[in-house]
Design a protein around this ligand. Structure first.
Ligand SMILES: *Cc1c(COP(=O)(O)O)cnc(C)c1O
Length: 382
C-alpha cells in the first residue's frame, strides 16, 4: 500500500496553531525590558488588549499559563475565610473550586452536571443565601465540555450585590461575544495560547474599580502575583516580562484590532455553525447543552472506542483533536475551531472524522458532513 505524506493539523482547544508571521515576530532580537524601546512595544499590546477586552480598565500581563492568572485572581480577591461562589460544570470550573480551597475560602460550590450550563437562578439563590460573598467565579466557555455559560445575565445579578464577578475567558475570549464594561464584569482573565493565535506563556487580567478595591483591602499572602505591584508599575512590568512573547502579543493584538472585535466573533461563529451542521449531518450528537464557538464536543457512539479514535487520528493521520477529560474520558471528542482556523480547516476536521469513524466501526456516509459544512459556508458567503 502506498504511503501518503503526513501533515499535522492542530485542532485541539489550546494550544492552537500559530501563524508563521507571528512565530517570526518572536524570533527578533531580545532587547532589555527597562528601555523606552521595549516599553513602547508593551504599551501597544496593552492598549490593544483594552479594546479586545472591551474595557477602559488596565489589562495586566503576567508570565504564566492560564491557570497562573486564575490563581492571581483568587489570591488577590480572597482572604482566608471569605465566602466565594464557584460554578463547577467541568474541568475548569472545578479548577476555580480547587483554587478557592487552596486559598482557604469558604467555598459555595454550584455543581452542574458536566455538559449543562448554569442557570441564572442558581447564582441568584446562592447570593441570597450568602450575602457575605466576596466573589463569584465563573467560566464563559467551559473548554472541557464545550458549554457556554450565560455570563451577561449572570453579571446583571452580581452587579446588584457587593460581590465581584470573575470570568475565566481563557478559551472564550475572541470566540464568544464578551463586553467587560458594558456587561458589568468585574474581573476577566485570559491567556494567549487559544484565540490569540500565540504560543503559550502570557496570561492577562483586567479588573474593575470595584474589584481593585477588594484587591487592595485583601489581607491574603501573595508575592509574584500581587496585582498591587502590577498596578504600581503599569504600563511597565514589576519583574522581567517575557520580552519576545510581548513582541508577538503586540503584533497579534494589532491585527485582531484591525480586523475589529465584531468580525473576530463573527468568524468564530461561522466556523462553529459549520462544524455543528456537519456533526448533525453525520448522525452524531452534540455533547453541550449550550454549545459555543470555541469548540464542538461530540458524543462518542456506544460501540466506538473514543480514546482509540482520538489517538489514531493524532498518531496515524496527524489530526489532533482533544478527547474527554476526567469523567468524560473516552466519552467525547472535542474539535476546536479557535484562533488561526479557516473554513478549510473545518473541512479537514470533518473529513478526518468521517473517515476515522468508518474505520472504527461507526458507519458514516462519506462526504455527508463535509457537504453540510460547505453549505453553511456558501450560505454565509465566506
Ligand atoms: C486552557 C484553559 C485554562 C488554562 O489552562 P492552562 O493550561 O493553565 O493555560 C483555564 N480555563 C479554561 C476555560 C481553559 O480553556
Amino acid at each position: 500500500m502506498a504511503k501518503l505524506v503526513r501533515k499535522n493539523y492542530l485542532m485541539a482547544p489550546g494550544p492552537t496553531p500559530v501563524p508563521i508571521d507571528l512565530l517570526l515576530e518572536g524570533a527578533k532580537d531580545t532587547i532589555h525590558h527597562r528601555t523606552p524601546q521595549y516599553l513602547e512595544i508593551q504599551s501597544t499590546a496593552l492598549e490593544n488588549l483594552k479594546y479586545l477586552f472591551q474595557t477602559k480598565n488596565n489589562v495586566y500581563t503576567l508570565a504564566a499559563s492560564g491557570t497562573g492568572v486564575m490563581e492571581a485572581a483568587v489570591a488577590n480577591l480572597i482572604s482566608p475565610g471569605d465566602t466565594a461562589i464557584a460554578v463547577n460544570g467541568g474541568k475548569f470550573g472545578e479548577r476555580w473550586c480547587e483554587l478557592c480551597k487552596a486559598y482557604d475560602a469558604n467555598l459555595v460550590e454550584i455543581d452542574i452536571e458536566w455538559g449543562k450550563y448554569v442557570r441564572v437562578e442558581q447564582i441568584k439563590k446562592a447570593l441570597e443565601e450568602h450575602p457575605e460573598t466576596k466573589a463569584v467565579f465563573t467560566t464563559i466557555s467551559e473548554t472541557s465540555t464545550g458549554v457556554v455559560h450565560p455570563i451577561k445575565e449572570i453579571a446583571e445579578i452580581v452587579k446588584e450585590t457587593d460581590a465581584v464577578l470573575v470570568v475565566d475567558a481563557i478559551s472564550g475570549m475572541l470566540a464568544e461575544p464578551l463586553k467587560m464594561d458594558d456587561w458589568n464584569i468585574d474581573v476577566v482573565v485570559t491567556g494567549v495560547q487559544k484565540g490569540f493565535m500565540m504560543p503559550p506563556g502570557v496570561a492577562m487580567i483586567a479588573l474593575s474599580d470595584k474589584a481593585m478595591k477588594v484587591v487592595e483591602n485583601s489581607n491574603n499572602r501573595r508575592y509574584y502575583f500581587d496585582l498591587r505591584a502590577y498596578k504600581k508599575s503599569f504600563p511597565d512590568s514589576p519583574y522581567t516580562p517575557p520580552v519576545n512573547l510581548v513582541y508577538q502579543l503586540a503584533k497579534a493584538t494589532e491585527s485582531l484590532k484591525e480586523e475589529t472585535i465584531e468580525n473576530v466573533w463573527e468568524r468564530h461563529r461561522i466556523l462553529a455553525e459549520a462544524t455543528r451542521a456537519a456533526i448533525k449531518a453525520m448522525n452524531l450528537e452534540l455533547f453541550a447543552e449550550r454549545p459555543g464557538n470555541v469548540l464542538t464536543a461530540i458524543k462518542v457512539p456506544h460501540n466506538v472506542n473514543g480514546e482509540g479514535i482520538v489517538k489514531f487520528l493524532r498518531d496515524e493521520w496527524g489530526v489532533t483533536f482533544a478527547g474527554g477529560q476526567s469523567q468524560l474520558k473516552g466519552k467525547i471528542i472535542r474539535i476546536a475551531h479557535l484562533g488561526y482556523m479557516s473554513k478549510f480547516d473545518v473541512i479537514i476536521a470533518v473529513s478526518a472524522l468521517e473517515m476515522a469513524f468508518n474505520k472504527f466501526g461507526f458507519e458514516v456516509e462519506l462526504g455527508k458532513g463535509v457537504k453540510a459544512a460547505e453549505e453553511v459556508f456558501m450560505k454565509e458567503g465566506v
